[in-house]
Design a binder for this molecule. Structure first.
Ligand code: DC
Length: 223
């Protein structure tokens, strides 16, 4: 295993932006595990597979190929060879991803893939269960949080930048709903690992959070 930084936290806590920045500045590979659950969700929606059709999901998981590729300094997600980076952010995927990510065989497969990805490289991996389940022995564990309102605001602006128009109230409702499902599910729920460092980013700028985490990583690397 390489050096592993685990960043967990709820939807819109800033994990994505912050992880990518730190990766660039510290020579780590960033891995957005939410994009992997989103890709599985998209694949299921396309094939009209429901969350209780376990045999079909199992088949799908055997065929599915999820890859990250860096294109023009931007990390893109490929599902079976097709760039789905934008398609995995639509309202339909938002509304279905939490139930899909609560399915046991989906989680097992994604966690295996995530461990495989980190075998030979140094990574900063963001998600919900990286420090608790995927890498309980990660070198650095961060739990990034912010109020639901602040997180919904960030998602709203992020969508706008990507040309996706979803009303703020709808996003806030979806954020709260996903918080609830993600943190109460039976398998690998969203929670802070006991040894994770808690950062509330509600009133912090991106650079402030990036710098705080960078200091933690530098300290750990020189230990
Ligand atoms: O970070 P995100 O909003 O793109 O994640 C999408 C969904 O995927 C989220 O509602 C919960 C799920 N997820 C998960 O269960 N475990 C992870 N490690 C990452 C994401």
């Amino acid at each position: 295993m390489g050096f592993i930084v685990a960043v967990d936290g709820p939807a819109g806590s800033g994990k994505g932006t912050i992880t990518k920045k730190i990766a660039e500045e510290m020579n780590l590979t960033s891995i957005d595990t939410g994009a992997m659950y989103r890709s599985v969700t998209l694949a299921m929606l396309k094939r009209n597979i429901k969350v209780d059709e376990i045999d079909k999901i199992s088949n799908l998981l055997e065929q599915i190929k999820i890859e990250f590729k860096k294109i023009e300094n931007d990390q893109k997600v490929f599902l079976n060879g097709k760039d789905v980076s934008l398609e995995i952010r639509t309202k339909q995927v938002n509304e279905n991803v939490s139930p899909v990510s609560a399915i046991g065989i989906v989680r097992t497969k994604m966690a295996d893939l995530q461990r495989e990805m980190a075998k030979t490289i140094d990574v900063i991996m963001e998600g919900r269960d990286i420090g608790t389940n995927v890498f309980p022995n990660a070198d650095v564990k961060i739990y990034l949080d912010a109020t639901p309102e602040e997180r919904a605001k960030r998602r709203y602006l992020q969508n706008k930048e990507n040309g996706i128009e979803i009303p703020f109230e709808e996003i806030l409702e979806n954020v709260k709903q996903r918080d609830y499902i993600d943190s109460t599910r039976e398998i690998a729920p969203l929670k802070k690992a006991e040894d994770a460092i808690y950062i509330d980013s509600s009133n912090m700028s991106i650079d402030e959070v990036v710098n705080e985490i960078k200091q933690i990583i530098i300290k750990k690397r020189t230990e």
